[in-house]
Design a protein around this ligand. Sequence first.
Ligand code: HMG
Length: 368
Amino acid sequence: MQNHSIRVGIASMGLHLPPLALKVTDLARLRGVEPDKYTLGLGLQDMALCPPDYTVVELATEAAKRALSRWQGKLSDIGLIAVGTESAIDMSRPLSAWVADKLGLKGAVRSYEVKHACYGGTLAVRQALEWKLANPQQAKAALVIATDIALYTENDPGEPTQGAGAVAMIIDEPLIAAIEPKSYAWSEPAFDFWRPLGEAYPRVDGAFSQACYQRAATECFKALIAEDESEKILAELSALCFHVPFPKMVKKAFSQVVQHFGWNEQKIAEFYKTRVEPTMSWNRYSGNAYTASLWIAVANTLRGLTVGEKIAAFSYGSGFGSELLLLKAGPMAHLGEWAKDIEQDMAQRIYIDEHEYLQLRKDIVSPH
Ligand code: HMG
């Protein structure tokens, strides 16, 4: 990882999970599935759910308010707002306009929405970073929000992986984490998961989507790591964060990546247990929040790190596009203040049972 030129990164963070949740064991009972399939087979506990009147705008706005509240700057110091989402509520008006409206943000501000399935949030982060790096005199900061609500058709194999959430980041001084300017992207056009115009739920080729994800992860890590350097490079990283559609997916992808470098099962299991699995302890309770999933894992991982500790973040979006980022903890990472957001939302949220879940689905005429 280059050290010399890193000046930009995450200055503040805020997270938000919606006010409802369902235990995947309750969904398993409803669907007549062995609960272990969802808890052990997929690695999930709960899915976060939104009430009918709760959209990605409410999720994003709350996360943004939280990020802004613990930042030293003012709203007028924001010069760019970018929202990554695949739960857009309009084909034309960007989601950033709704969020900016709620925040009272206007003026000399670049405002837009980014779409590339679950990869859209990471693209927004990269664009904000590159916007800062391209303008060394840039005094303003960027507000980036990844926000999504994941819902599948009833009885779809993806139904237990549903979830929702938002992560907001202020991209400016690297107080929480510096983001390495160099990153490693890989894309291939594919139909693994997509949502045609006018359709409420995605179409998914589950097995193919897993193969695409694993291929993307392997290619990105191959670009970072020379054939004989995997132990050295990965040992320098305190943690590897991945996009988390469900935790078992991450376990499979990590195994595939390091098998490529010739790691044996014992070494894979040890590294996974200590440096990959712990990153997902919040994702098990949010479910797949699409664009926000990776950043929930990153936020979870950064809290408590000491200055200079390095982590990797692998982003994947169906279609498909992917990118591997490197981050280095800044002086405020150890405080981990944003963990309060998740603790508060999880303590306050209401668990509905499987019958209320069915009613909720009826009440949500359109998922967004
Ligand atoms: P499935 O086909 O119903 O599940 O759904 P399965 O039969 O493959 O079983 C899943 C695991 O449970 C297996 O473990 C079983 O053995 C195990 P594995 O062999 O894979 O290690 N299992 C059990 N374990 C314990 N006790 C039991 C039991 N029974 C079975 N009794 C599938 C899986 C991924 C297809 C489904 O969840 C799905 O379609 N999900 C949606 C797509 C998805 O998440 N794909 C992931 C990669 S693509 C991606 O990440 C992008 C995405 O986020 C969208 C975007 O970019 O916008 C989705």
